[in-house]
Design a binder for this molecule. Structure first.
Ligand code: ATP
Length: 364
């Protein structure tokens, strides 16, 4: 991956009548990166991708591909192929005919077409199905055909719109590794729209989080997970405990924030200097909290809460708790760790965390 921008959205907006689907978007997509655009339904992620593909015209601003304005370039001249959620394969054609389609449209000669199609059938491990009708393939095989069909022109960029959402959980995980390996080996840019955090975070170099037509945060998965910029991002990720309050004391090592759940020491955030009396919101992710049945002896941030319930999430479980003023708290732990504790609903537990596990939201 290089830092050079392949795509630039420069103040791009999209309105449908009076409705603003995308608001003044500024975004650079780097050459060779795997960029995921994530957000809840209706946030404008598909519209952003469709503008890049040439399926929607921006109402405002400029989109540049490799330095050239492409606002008015028709879809078929852009070389920005897209893999759809529905895959949109031609149902009456064979695998080979599907994969060959865009080469035909470009008027490539027969021998060249054959060579290129063979290469991509091979690459996607679908050679043995070449003459089969696509209607008679499994979901995973159809995914591979859709990828081969989009990559056969060897574009610089591939757009993917929730391509895995129709697959079952097992196949989804397998296709995630197919996609990330493919992207790494080809070195081309992938722009991947999804509402799934696990897909975005497991594959992407950088993630864009959108809400109501605007970018809330761009960063690598680690950054976004550990240091969300806004309450929206923290809530969207779902793994953060959010505490809002007022600064009661500031020293070099810690800021004290007084919240309805208690007063806590928080590591100052260089991006947001705070003074006494300022409103501040901080987060602690659910995997950084400790749980015990007795008050922790260390001088840690701590509070008492009662157990509401337990949620099974594979290798770990999330314990839902309620603290003072009905504050909701969640703690993620391995099943082994939880075995040592009494976590019957209603049981009183102590939750504690180190000040350096906290993060003040700079964008609030
Ligand atoms: P989803 O995950 O549900 O696909 P999204 O984040 O991809 O959501 P978009 O499809 O980009 O959202 O849509 C953004 C907003 O623009 C939505 O409120 C949608 O209803 C609206 N919208 C999209 N296309 C049109 C259209 N052609 N006419 C009117 N409104 C539209």
């Amino acid at each position: 991956m290089t830092d050079q921008a392949l795509v630039v959205f420069d103040g791009v907006a999209k309105r449908f009548g009076n409705f603003v689907a995308v608001e003044k978007l500024n975004l650079e997509i780097r050459k060779g990166e795997f960029l995921a655009i994530m957000g809840s339904s209706g946030c404008g992620k598909t519209t952003t991708l469709r503008m890049l593909a040439g399926l929607e015209a921006p109402s405002e601003g400029e989109i540049r591909l490799d330095g050239k304005r492409i606002n008015d370039l028709p879809t078929w001249n852009r070389d920005t192929p897209m893999v759809w959620q529905s895959l949109a394969l031609f149902p009456f054609l064979t695998v080979r005919e599907n994969v060959e389609f865009s080469l035909r449209m470009r008027g490539a000669d027969k021998a060249a077409r054959r060579r290129r199609v063979d290469k991509w059938l091979e690459r996607m491990q679908i050679t043995e199905f070449a003459d089969r009708n696509v209607a008679h393939l499994s979901g995973g095989q159809r995914q591979r055909v859709a990828l081969a069909r989009s990559l056969v022109t060897e574009p610089q960029i591939l757009l993917l719109d929730e391509p895995l959402s129709a697959l079952d959980a097992h196949l989804k995980v397998r296709m995630q590794s197919v996609l990330s390996n493919l992207q790494r080996e080809l070195g081309i840019t992938f722009v991947y729209v999804t509402h799934s955090q696990s897909e975005a975070f497991s594959m992407a170099d950088r993630v864009v989080i959108m809400s109501r037509g605007r970018i809330e945060q761009i960063g690598n998965p680690q950054e976004i997970y550990r240091a969300p910029r806004t309450k929206f991002v923290a809530e969207f990720l779902g793994s953060s405990n959010i505490f809002a309050g007022e600064v009661s004391n500031v020293s070099e090592a810690a800021v004290k924030i007084s919240t309805p759940a208690g007063e806590f020491d928080v590591v100052p955030n260089a991006a947001k200097p705070l003074s006494k009396g300022n409103k501040a919101t901080f987060v602690v992710s659910d995997d950084r909290l400790h749980l015990s049945n007795r008050p922790p002896e260390d001088r840690l941030n701590r509070l008492q809460a009662s157990v509401v319930g337990e949620e099974f999430v594979g290798a770990t479980a999330v314990i839902h708790l309620e603290g003072a003023e009905r504050i909701e708290i969640k703690v993620q732990k391995s099943h082994d760790e939880l075995e040592q504790l009494n976590l019957e609903p209603g049981a009183q537990v102590w939750v504690s965390w180190r000040p350096d596990a906290t993060h003040i939201l700079p964008g609030e």
